[in-house]
Design a protein around this ligand. Structure first.
Ligand code: E4P
Length: 222
């Protein structure tokens, strides 16, 4: 499973790039709003930094405007993927963008039926929002499982991008279910590294190494 960051925050993206594990980026209007930059400049800065797919969302209400915005966004860089919302207008705009050869990510997906529509129009990515499904007392991972199963049975090429992941266990379960991509906040990605036994093991190795070196020095000085 590829690992994406769900952020528009440049320094977090730089850090994750430095870790060598960042496959791509998803943004949304709420994340962009935190950065205090014009949106096209922000998208340019992210695409300059991350070579993988960078999702940038349209914000218009009708399909014509969404298509126009999508075309503008796609001209910023070759790795822009235009995010369109799951709605009649969003799907219609997405279908047009796909016809124009522009890759799209259908976002705000909360049901298998919606995921079918995304595959039908040839979306590059479909984004079920697991955490938000859990928030309303439903089963986000169950939704992901159904979408992955339907896509496998039908042979759809649309990649399943598990979104709204809230903790490392969401990431692990999404991988087990067969999501193609998991997108997560920086804090969740950072937590993937953590295990208390790793910390204890590292401390012990360091202490043992230092004691070993000290013993060698003492031997030489005798
Ligand atoms: C995905 O593309 C979305 O931006 C995102 O995962 C939403 O996550 P949230 O529910 O934590 O806002």
């Amino acid at each position: 499973m590829k690992l994406f960051l769900d952020t528009a925050h440049i320094s977090d993206l730089e850090t994750a790039m430095g870790w060598g594990i960042l496959d791509g980026v998803t943004t949304n209007p709420s994340l962009a709003a935190k950065e205090g930059m014009e949106f096209p400049d922000l998208v340019k800065a992210i695409t300059d930094l991350v070579p993988g797919p960078v999702s940038a969302e349209v914000v218009a209400e009708d399909r014509e405007e969404m298509v126009a915005q999508g075309k503008d966004l796609s001209e910023i860089a070759s790795n822009v993927v235009v995010k369109v919302p799951m709605s009649k207008e969003g799907v219609a705009a997405g279908a047009r963008l796909v016809d124009l050869g522009i890759p799209i990510n259908v976002t705000l997906v909360f049901s298998p039926a919606q995921a079918l529509l995304a595959a039908r129009i040839g979306a590059t990515f479909v984004s079920p929002f697991l955490g938000r499904v859990d928030d309303v007392g439903n089963d986000g991972l169950g939704l992901l499982r159904e979408i992955v199963e339907i896509y496998a049975v039908q042979g759809y090429e649309t990649e399943v991008l598990a979104a709204s992941l809230r903790h490392p266990q969401h990431v692990v379960e999404a991988a087990k279910i067969g999501a193609d991509i998991g997108t997560m906040p920086f804090a969740v990605m950072e937590k993937l590294f953590n295990h208390p036994l790793t910390d204890i093991g590292n401390e012990r190795f360091t202490a043992d190494w230092e004691a070993y070196q000290q013993a060698l020095r003492d031997q030489k000085n005798q």
